[in-house]
Ligand binder design. Structure first.
Ligand code: MG
Length: 242
């Protein structure tokens, strides 16, 4: 941002000075963005890290131990096996772009937070809620596509239970200084089924079930998928580091 401001002010300065007389003066040629291609069939970018393609859970492990994830794989998707626990990526990430597809059970059971509950966490601390909120009221800052207990989604873009839904999420990691003080907030932008539901929403800290957000210095962390006891399914999970 500082760079952009400096650049903008420089431009204004030169305009004020009447020194820009040719369009070439304000052309920037370096650096040149590297090429990323998108696969025509899968739509996965060429620089993406594929975290789950339906074949195995080799990129994942249990959240609280090094043991293999025990969620069930069927066809091209995996499903939460209630009680086996949250799963996390073996690899740790900072700022990133994440794509995932999720599906809540076609057979509707439970209500409010008890219907098709799961969730995706960034750096093991910041949850974007996954929940069946198709004709299912719950507290607004805890419904699908909320940043749990911090930001209500702009709209409810939920598809009916049993249908595949997409999340495309941009996560900007918070920055802490050497003294452990947070000097820059994290942010989340979320598109749910292609609809913007979080637009550069500021993270106030960790997304807590009980109590206030915490801001304890941390490094990069895993992506976590939550076992909330409901058989929510996932497929086509990929990530681009930013
Ligand atoms: Mg959840």
């Amino acid at each position: 941002m500082r760079l952009i401001l400096t650049y903008s002010f420089s431009i204004l300065f030169f305009i004020a000075q009447g020194q820009i007389t040719k369009p070439e003066v304000t052309e920037v040629w370096e650096p040149e963005p590297r090429v990323v291609s998108v696969d025509g069939k899968s739509r996965i970018p060429s620089d993406a890290i594929v975290l789950f393609d339906g074949s195995d859970l080799s990129q994942w492990q249990k959240r609280y131990s090094d043991e293999p994830a025990e969620w069930q794989i069927e066809d091209d998707f995996m499903t939460v096996v209630g009680g086996t626990g949250d799963i996390k990526t073996k690899q740790k990430f900072g700022s990133c772009q994440l794509h995932l597809e999720w599906r809540t059970p076609a057979k509707v059971e439970g209500e409010s937070q008890g219907r098709g509950n799961s969730g995706v966490f960034f750096q093991e601390l910041y949850e974007v809620q996954i929940l069946d909120n198709y004709n299912n009221r719950t507290y607004s800052n805890g419904q699908a596509a909320s940043i749990y207990k911090q930001h209500i989604p702009l709209v409810n873009a939920c598809s009916p239970p049993g249908e595949w839904q997409t999340y495309d999420i941009i996560f900007t990691a918070p920055i802490f200084n050497d003294d452990g003080i947070k000097v820059a907030s994290g942010f989340l932008t979320v598109m749910h089924n292609g609809v913007v539901v979080q637009n550069h929403s500021e993270l106030y800290g960790s997304t807590e079930y009980i109590g206030m957000p915490k801001n304890i210095k941390h490094e990069n962390g895993s992506i976590i998928l939550q076992d909330h006891g409901n058989p929510v399914s996932y497929r086509n999970v990929w990530l681009r580091e930013l």
